[in-house]
Structure formats: C-alpha cells, structure tokens
Design a protein around this ligand. Sequence first.
Ligand SMILES: [Zn+2]
Length: 356
Amino acid sequence: MQLTPEVKAQLAEQKKDCVFCKIIKKEIPAKIVFEDPATLAVLDIYPATKGHTLYLLKEHYPIMPYLPVEDFHHLFGLLPQLTKAIKSAMVSVALNIFIANGGAAGQQYPHFLIHLMPRDEGDNFFPLLFNKKNKPLAQDKLQQIQSTLQQIMQNYFLSSPQFWHNSSGTIPSHLTSLAKTSTVLYEDEKVLCLLPTSNLIEGHIELYSKTEPYYFEKLSQTDAIHFFTVASFVASLQFQILQCQGTNLIIKSGITDDNKSGTLCLNILPRTQNDSLQSLHWEPKQPTYKLEDIEAKIKDKTWNIKYKIESPKEPPKPEPKKSSPFATLSSAQPSSSKALSVEDEIAKAIEKAQRI
Ligand SMILES: [Zn+2]
C-alpha cells in the first residue's frame, strides 16, 4: 500500500502511544524470546496457552495490508522456524497461529502482530473449537472472489516470477477428498484455496498446503511466504468484495481437541462488529506459572533462528496455454518487474477486471 502523507502522519501519531513500539525501544520491559534486526517475539503477559508468544515487526504497521513486501517476507518467512522453536521448548504437539486485522476481528493494539499459541490434546482451550454450519456465500460474490483471486495471482506471478511456478500443480493425496467436495477458488503447486461446504460464517475461506499435510513448522521459508501471500490476497478480497470490517487468519496445525485430523489449515474469516464469532476472542488471564521460566525455555531454542534473504532465480518457461488454469485470463501482461504490495496487486486486478 502506498502511504499518503496523511496516513504517514496518522501512523507517526499512533506510534507515540504504542505499547509495542515502546517495548521494541526497551522503554517498557517485556519477556523477549527472540529478536533480530527486523522482528521481535515477546511472551504475552496474559497467555491464552502456556508459551503464548507475540511476534511482530519492529516497524509500526497497523494491519497486514500495510506491510511492505520485504517486511512481509521477513516476518512470515521466519515463522516456521519460530513455530518449531516454541513447540520444541514447550514440548507441544500442536500450535495455533492467530492474526486479527481490525477491531472487529479482536485486534487489541494498533501494532500488527501474530499470536503463536502452543497447544496440546485435552488442554481445555476452547475459543478455537469451531462450531461449523453451512452458511453459503451468494453465487455472484463467490464468482467475483474466484475470478479476482485468479487474476491477482496471475498478475503476481508475472510481476514477481517464482522459480517453482508454471502451472496449477496437482492435488496431493491428503487433499483429494476436500478438493472434490469443496469449491476450489485457486490452486498452484504449493497451495489449495477453497470455499468449504461447512463453515463458521458466510465467506469463510480455507487455505491448505500442498507440500505439507500437518505441521506448519515443516514449511520452507519460501512455502511459508507464499502461504501467507495468498492468504493476505484472500483477506483483502474479503474486505473489498464482502465489505467486512476485519479479518482473522487462524492456522490450525497438529492434533488438538479442535483439530482431530491434525491437518494444517489456514482459516480466513471475514468479520463484522458483534458478529456470531465473538467466542473466538479469549479472555485475558494471569498466568499460573512463572513467565521467566517459559522465557528461558524458549530463548534456549531461538538463538540460531535466521532469516535468509533469497536471491531471485530465473523463472521456468511457461507450459502451453491449454494446461494453464488461467487460460481465460490471458490478457494480463507484466507491467512491472518490481514486487507489489497486496493492496497494489488487488487494485491492479480489480481495475483490469473492470476493463474486461
Ligand atoms: Zn507500534
């Protein structure tokens, strides 16, 4: 997103009172469990689960669409390593990743951050126990999301070629039945994005990894960045097409009471003020154990975490058009070799869709 002088001034004002900006500047003490030049991870002082960690960029951005590409890649590229370290320190079998964009989605502070919550079977943590129903999305909205998402992804690959991409890929065995029973919105070699038949709310979209069935921490840096890149496009489309006021991105990974199969799934939920999903928001509670002990355990596992800047590789030659999932959307042309932010990609795709 291009920040106008007015938005920049608002952000500067927000930063002055931001608790997390003060933690980053070490003006407020916190249990810091990981730090590198661009990011910081601290223990939540009101943990939802034991080892609940908040992971954030040092630069102040209020919500995900504001993140510049480099910061987005750094933050989400490191996430599998951080997840692995926290799970290992807490000896947990599962972990939830929870993101709230906007007050309607339960965002508490204006500094964008990611909740990492280690989980175990029988841990009595119920807010993410999804009570799924069937609330179908209107056909015109579905088609609009499907065609715009495919257009966005086509533009994205043209402006940011990825060495691994030249087709829609194949469905791996762990996703075969899901792909058959749901409406596929988008797929490539690494992800499958679909509208599930049973959902939490109208417009609930699920994203699955084609490369890893169960554990988020097993995703490579490239795969994690791509997973969240697609998710952030979907979330922005929910804002624009479904006119929601906020979005939640919730990853379930590993076996818990609310994820019996253990399948790795990123749930992208459109939210409105006082909607039917208020039970997703947990109550803050004081820990019944010493945070210092948890801090020491996690720090012991995070010292060697490092973000590797990837050098761009030559893209493979595209396959013949008949095998392309975007055969009907072939009008898109590369307009820039520079990676664009989520908002810019979406604006470009919507503008193009209006011209067709
Ligand atoms: Zn801040």
